[in-house]
Design a protein around this ligand. Structure first.
Ligand code: PGA
Ligand code: ZN
Length: 429
C-alpha cells in the first residue's frame, strides 16, 4: 500500500500562454504530476473553470484561487489516502465542493488532483498508466485510437467568426497507429505546400490546435477540397476519412446558424451536412448543431446516424445526465470525452462507459488550450475508446499525446489493436 504524503498545486502556462493548474502528488513511489487543459469554444454546461478575475494578472485569467483551493482545502483531506482509492478520493472532492458544476473549488482545481491520483495509483500497482486505467475501467484488450487530426483550424481557434472550427483527417486505412500518424503527418506537410502556393506565407499560419489557419479562407468545401488534394498528392487516396467539428454553438444566434455570410435554420443545417456527406468521405460530425438545439440533433441522427458518427461535445459535456437525455431522445450516437468538462477521472470513465454500454462510441479529446501532460493518450487506450482528437501532428502540446501513443503501441507489440475504419463496430451492442 502506498500513501499520499503531500499535494501541491502551482500556476504554470498552457499552450496558449494562459495560466493553468499543475498538481504534484507525492507518495513513497515518487512525484506524480498532472496539468489541466482549457477550452476556448467551451460549452455552457461544462463544469466551472475557476479564474481569478483580477485584471491586473494574466488579463483576469489567473488561477491562484483554484490553486489555493487545492493547497488549503483539498490537500489536507486527502493526506494519508492510498492513491488506488480513485473513486473514493474523487467522491470526497465532489462532496467537499458540494455544487452541481464544481463552482466552489473549480474543475481546474479538482481535475489535476484526480489525474495525479490516477498516476500515483498506477505507480503503486506497478502498472503503466493505460494498464491501470484499463483496470479501473474494466477493459482488456487495449485498442490504439484512430486519430482525428485537425489539419485546418477555423472558428475561435483561428480568430475567426462564423466559421467551421475543425477539419480533421482520420487515417482509417492505416494498418496500425504508427502508420496512421505517418500518414497524417505527411498529408499535413503536403497541405502546407498547397496552402503556401495558394496563399503565400499567410497560408501556413497555424491555429490553436496546430492546424493551418489561412486568413479569409472560410468556405468548408474549399477547405475539404484542398485537404483531399493533399491526401491524393501524398498517395493516400481512399485511405483517409474526414471528420468535422463545426462547434456550431459558436455561430448560433437566436435560432439561426451563420457560416460566412450565409444563414441557416436548424433544418437547413442538417441538409447542409447531408449534402457535404454526399460529396466528401465524411465519417464523423461533432457539434453540427448547437448545445440546446435537441430537435435538430434528433433530425441529423435520423438522417445521417446510420451512415456516419454523430458526436456530441458541447451537447453532452462528458456529463452522464446529459448523455442519458441524448440516449433517450436518440440525439447522437457518440460522445466527445473531455476530462475537464466534468472534472474527475471517475466521472469521465462513467461517461465513457455509459456511451459504450449503449453501443455508442466515445471519442477522447484534448482541449484547444493544452499542456505537455499526455494523460488522454493513456485514457484512450485504457478505455479502448478507439478514437482520439489531439490536433494536428504539430506543436509539442499535441505531439506529446501522439508520441505517448507511439510508445504504448510499441510496448503492446502484437497485442496492440488498431480499429481502422471499424472504430464504430467495436462498441455496437
Ligand atoms: P475547445 O474546442 O477546447 O476550445 O472547447 C475543442 C472542441 O470544440 O472540440
Ligand atoms: Zn468540439
Amino acid at each position: 500500500m502506498s500513501e499520499i504524503s503531500k499535494i501541491k498545486a502551482r500556476e504554470v502556462l498552457d499552450s496558449r500562454g494562459n495560466p493553468t493548474v499543475e498538481v504534484d502528488i507525492i507518495t513513497e513511489d515518487g512525484i506524480f504530476r498532472a496539468m489541466t487543459p482549457s477550452g476556448a469554444s467551451a460549452g455552457q454546461y461544462e463544469a466551472l473553470e475557476l479564474r481569478d478575475g483580477d485584471k491586473s494578472r494574466y488579463l483576469g485569467k489567473g488561477t491562484l484561487k483554484a490553486i489555493e483551493n487545492v493547497n488549503k482545502k483539498i490537500a489536507p483531506k486527502l493526506i494519508g489516502f492510498d492513491p488506488v482509492a480513485q473513486e473514493a478520493i474523487d467522491n470526497i472532492m465532489l462532496k467537499l465542493d458540494g455544487t452541481e458544476n464544481k463552482e466552489k473549488f473549480g474543475a481546474n482545481a479538482i481535475l489535476p488532483v484526480s489525474m495525479a491520483v490516477t498516476k500515483a495509483g498506477a505507480a503503486s500497482k506497478k502498472l503503466g498508466l493505460y494498464q491501470y486505467i484499463g483496470e479501473l475501467f474494466g477493459v482488456i484488450p487495449y485498442m490504439l485510437p484512430v486519430p482525428m487530426c485537425n489539419v485546418i483550424n477555423g472558428g475561435k481557434h483561428a480568430g475567426q467568426e462564423n466559421s467551421i472550427q475543425e477539419h480533421m483527417l482520420m487515417p482509417t486505412g492505416a494498418k496500425n497507429f504508427f502508420e496512421g500518424v505517418r500518414m497524417v503527418s505527411e498529408s499535413y506537410h503536403h497541405l502546407a505546400k498547397i496552402l503556401k502556393e495558394k496563399f503565400g506565407a499567410g497560408g501556413i499560419l497555424i491555429g490553436d490546435e496546430g492546424g493551418f489557419a489561412p486568413v479569409n479562407f472560410v468556405d468548408v468545401s474549399e477547405r475539404l477540397d484542398l485537404m483531399l488534394k493533399a491526401v491524393e498528392n501524398v498517395g493516400y487516396d481512399g485511405m483517409m476519412h474526414i471528420a468535422l467539428d463545426p462547434a456550431s454553438s459558436e455561430f448560433f444566434y437566436d435560432g439561426t446558424y451563420k457560416i460566412g455570410k450565409k444563414s441557416y435554420t436548424g433544418g437547413e443545417m442538417v441538409d447542409f451536412y447531408v449534402d457535404l456527406c454526399d460529396k466528401y468521405p465524411i465519417i464523423s460530425i461533432e457539434d453540427g448543431l448547437a448545445e440546446d438545439d435537441w430537435d435538430f440533433w434528433v433530425e441529423i441522427t435520423k438522417k445521417l446516424g446510420t451512415k456516419i458518427q454523430i458526436v456530441g461535445d458541447d451537447l453532452f459535456v462528458t456529463n452522464t445526465k446529459r448523455i442519458q437525455k441524448g440516449i433517450k431522445l436518440g440525439a447522437a450516437n457518440s460522445v466527445l470525452i473531455k476530462l475537464n468538462q466534468i472534472g474527475t477521472v471517475t466521472e469521465t470513465l462513467n461517461a465513457i462507459k455509459m456511451a459504450q454500454d449503449q453501443g455508442w462510441t466515445a471519442v477522447v479529446s484534448h482541449r484547444s488550450g493544452e499542456t505537455e501532460d499526455s494523460f488522454i493518450a493513456d485514457l484512450v487506450v485504457g478505455t479502448s475508446a478507439g478514437q482520439i482528437k489531439t490536433g494536428a501532428p504539430a506543436r509539442s502540446d499535441r505531439n506529446a499525446k501522439y508520441n505517448q501513443l507511439l510508445r504504448i503501441e510499441e510496448e503492446l507489440a502484437e497485442d496492440a489493436e488498431y480499429p481502422g475504419v471499424d472504430f464504430r463496430i467495436y462498441h455496437l451492442a
